[in-house]
Ligand binder design. Structure first.
Ligand SMILES: [Zn+2]
Ligand SMILES: [Zn+2]
Length: 423
């Protein structure tokens, strides 16, 4: 990566603020329309169409569609020579039935893994799309002064594709979203109910956790509940495995280095009170902030579950699937962009964000190019953000007065970066 000294305001700074402010009502209108018409992962057909039409109408130099199913990648070449920076927004909604009383509340229904569900932008990806459409319009309007190029990445299925499908950031990378041209840096943001409007949270280094799926099956030997000695009881064994898993982090991990979480969300076994079943299945999630710790925990979970089962004469199958890597904000890039964040957000609004045990597939982009992912406050002033309905809740509510800061943040980050690297 090129040398990164703290960047200074681009020559376009004042114009960016003017153009962004003039676009605020439009960004809110886009967001409301997207909010009313949410689409599930890999099904963002309408959303992608709106995005692609908008980018074409702005006269972008390239607009690629159908990337990783419904993804859209636009390229805006500035009039002046310079490097390439990428900006990313995710587009998918969630299988959640909206409970917010709004004129543009979602009534959409969809199919999710074979079930009919309500669909809602309960994670605020509607805001991300509207903000990035706004940034594209601001920068396209200033392309005569723009140094270098900006790549706009609109990504499907951040919340995981439907079962049996590929998708999301990993697939966009595989399909060349970060090639031709290769960006030198990537920026992204996520709206947060945990922060009030007017605030931006940032964190250098590990920021959001890796997220891995675990499935443990204990294989016993089915018998009558009245005669357990005639079989092998997978329920009692599973109970010991559940308790054993609590020691993986508590007794095995240096928590002064990084935190980690091992949680089970499903335990299933048996059909009748007087039958000891053949097997018990458990499913859960593993969250870490360090790739070495991630592998270590996987190994510990596997060994522990297998050993406990062996001690009970039961069999055990452990299957752990790596989903999203740790979201790591490049420390040098974060440091270099801090003056921009301070200037755009103001020192009262800018804060060092705590680590988040949620995960983000923005991490797949950061594996390829240095990236910075920040959190944008969308809780209404006067509401205790700690008590606000969180992202993914059917009552998740966005105060739209926070969106303009999102447009300004991404526009200034990209222009300041491009000018500093072109020098
Ligand atoms: Zn989410
Ligand atoms: Zn999200």
């Amino acid at each position: 990566m090129p040398d990164l000294t703290p960047v200074t305001a681009s020559s376009m700074a004042a114009l960016i603020d003017q153009h962004a402010a003039a676009l605020e009502a439009q960004v809110i209108a886009w967001r409301r329309d997207l909010h009313q018409h949410p689409e599930l992962g890999n099904r963002e057909f309408r959303t992608a169409g709106i995005v692609a039409d908008h980018l074409r109408a702005l006269g972008l130099d390239e607009v690629r569609t159908g990337v990783a199913h419904t993804g859209v990648v636009g390229l805006l070449k500035g009039a002046l020579p310079g490097p390439v920076v990428a900006l990313r927004a995710d587009m998918d909604g969630l299988p959640v039935t909206e409970e917010v009383d709004l004129p543009f509340a979602s009534k959409a229904r969809g199919q999710w893994n074979g079930e009919e569900v309500g669909v809602m932008h309960a994670c605020g990806h509607d805001c991300h799309v509207a903000i990035l459409m706004g940034v594209a319009q601001v920068l396209a309007g200033l392309r005569g002064q723009l140094r270098g190029s900006v790549k706009f990445i609109f990504q499907p299925a951040e919340e995981m594709p439907p079962a049996g499908e590929d998708g999301g950031a990993k697939m966009m990378v595989a399909e060349g979203a970060l090639e031709k041209p290769v960006p030198q840096a990537i920026f992204g943001l996520h709206v947060s109910s945990r922060q009030t409007v007017g605030t931006v949270g940032y964190r250098p280094g590990p920021t959001m956790a890796s997220s891995d799926y675990m499935k443990i099956t204990v294989h016993g030997s089915q018998t009558h509940g009245a005669a357990p000695w005639l079989g092998v009881d997978p329920i009692v064994t599973a109970a010991q495995v559940v308790l054993g898993l609590q020691t993986v982090v508590a007794r095995g991990i240096d928590i002064t280095e990084e935190p980690a979480v091992v949680s089970l969300g499903i335990i299933r076994g048996g059909v009748r009170e007087n039958i000891i079943p053949e097997s018990v299945e458990m499913r859960g999630t593993i969250r870490t902030f360090n790739e070495a710790m991630r592998d270590d925990i996987h190994e510990r979970v596997t060994t522990l579950a297998e050993s406990i089962s062996r001690g009970s004469r039961a069999g055990c199958t452990v299957c752990i699937t790596k989903n999203y890597p740790v979201t790591i904000n490049d420390p040098a890039l974060t440091e270099a962009m801090l003056p921009t964040l301070r200037r755009v957000v103001g020192s009262e609004g800018l804060r060092l964000a705590p680590k988040v045990t949620g995960s983000e597939d923005f991490s797949f982009f950061q594996r390829v190019v240095p990236g910075l992912f920040v959190f944008l406050g969308v809780s209404a002033p006067g509401v205790d953000a700690k008590k606000a309905a969180p992202n993914h809740s059917p009552r998740f509510r966005v105060d739209e007065s926070g969106l303009l800061l999102g447009v300004r943040t991404l526009a200034h980050l990209s222009c300041d970066y491009l000018e500093s690297q072109a020098r």
